[in-house]
Design a protein around this ligand. Structure first.
Ligand code: SAM
Ligand code: SF4
Ligand code: SF4
Length: 320
């Protein structure tokens, strides 16, 4: 199913965007980006994650053919606004600069806009949300534009009705119309945020639509991102105990940058599908700081520094 991915298309450079966000948030944003860069190379370990990656709800209204939800059955439920606030309160004590929201379909969580407001009012500057975009009417479009979301990533994966129906199910013209209304309203309000990125996971089913996708959107949205298809972990991997360690020059920076917070309160070492095997605590009985500084997390960092990947990390790196 994997095919070679063409590049991304962007109306802005990273430099333009950071310059703009620094003009809004000042030196603190610049410091965050410097720390992000250093930690991406393992040269800096912050005393708390620079980003928390949330699953607000373990549920989705679509059944995309490429998504791991089709093979990984789970029932983690909803994180809930009270636990969410608890994590933001903890983050605020360590100047948490960014969050990502993007497991399942986050807009099935009806309190998502209150959660985003809370994060923004408690020091979070960079708020990145990934969505299938199917749940936005006029009211939600206004709420998106009133929110402090910096990046809104809308997953489309197709350029024709037929392709969209095959890959994601549903009505492409509805989602395209919504993206255009969102962009028109943003322009009318003379605001630049949220930046809008459309994404396309390239598979055998849709690879012939990439050029048309670029033609449709390149001059309209802020970014188009073509992504590699990643093979979802098969259920047969469950309880696998004899995975051979793998040597790799790939440097996984996640344990220097972020942690994932799941719908059931689990704190995971990373947001990858294999993170399911890297649970370091739960918010009912522990803190993010404890998980970040735990022995298991430090062992993981040590192995990555030594270019050795064990357990499910070994499968993760070989699947890239
Ligand atoms: C898991 S979804 C969650 C957010 C939201 N439901 C959406 O579709 O954007 C996040 C992103 O992961 C992408 N994704 C899902 N399965 C994938 C796979 N097998 N390989 C690469 N990306 C995948 C989706 O297309 C989407 O852009
Ligand atoms: S909308 Fe997102 S979470 Fe839902 S099935 Fe598609 S890719 Fe997966
Ligand atoms: S499973 Fe391991 S290698 Fe893969 S992203 Fe997570 S920490 Fe990195």
């Amino acid at each position: 199913m994997k095919v070679k991915v063409i590049n991304s298309v962007s109306r802005y450079t990273e430099k333009d965007i950071f310059k703009y966000l620094i003009s809004i948030y000042g030196d603190r944003f610049e410091k965050y980006r410097t720390e992000w860069q250093l930690s991406s190379e393992g040269k800096y370990l912050p005393n708390f994650p620079l980003c928390l990656n949330y699953e607000l709800i373990d549920n989705c209204n679509l059944r995309c053919i490429h998504c791991a939800r089709q093979v990984q059955k789970s029932n983690r439920g909803r994180l809930g606004i009270e636990i969410f606030k608890k994590t933001i309160d903890e983050g605020e004590r360590f100047f948490l600069p960014s969050i990502k929201i993007g497991f399942g379909e986050p807009f099935l969580e009806r309190q998502i806009f209150d959660m985003i407001d809370y994060a923004s009012n408690h020091g979070v500057m960079d708020i990145i949300v990934t969505t299938n975009g199917t749940l936005f009417g006029e009211e939600e479009i206004d709420k998106l534009l009133n929110s402090k979301i910096t990046f809104l990533r809308i997953s489309i994966d197709a350029a024709s009705e037929e392709g969209y129906a095959k890959v994601r199910g549903g009505d492409l013209s509805a989602i395209e119309g919504m993206v255009k209304r969102l962009l028109t309203k943003r322009a009318e309000r003379k605001q630049q945020l949220p930046l809008i990125r459309l994404s396309f996971v390239v598979t055998q089913e849709n690879k012939h639509e990439t050029e048309l996708f670029i033609d449709k959107w390149a001059n309209i949205v802020d970014f188009i991102d073509f992504q590699n298809y990643i093979e979802p972990p098969m259920p047969m991997l469950e309880n696998h105990t004899d995975i051979e360690p793998v040597c790799s020059n790939f440097f996984c920076s996640y344990p220097w940058q972020m942690m994932a917070i799941m719908g059931d309160g689990d704190i995971r070492a990373c947001c990858s599908w294999y993170g399911e095997r890297l649970i370091l605590g739960n918010l009912k009985s522990g803190t993010i700081k404890e998980a970040w500084e735990s022995k298991s997390m430090n062992i993981l960092r040590g192995q990555i520094r030594a270019n050795t990947y064990t357990g499910y990390c070994a499968i993760c790196v070989t699947s890239r």
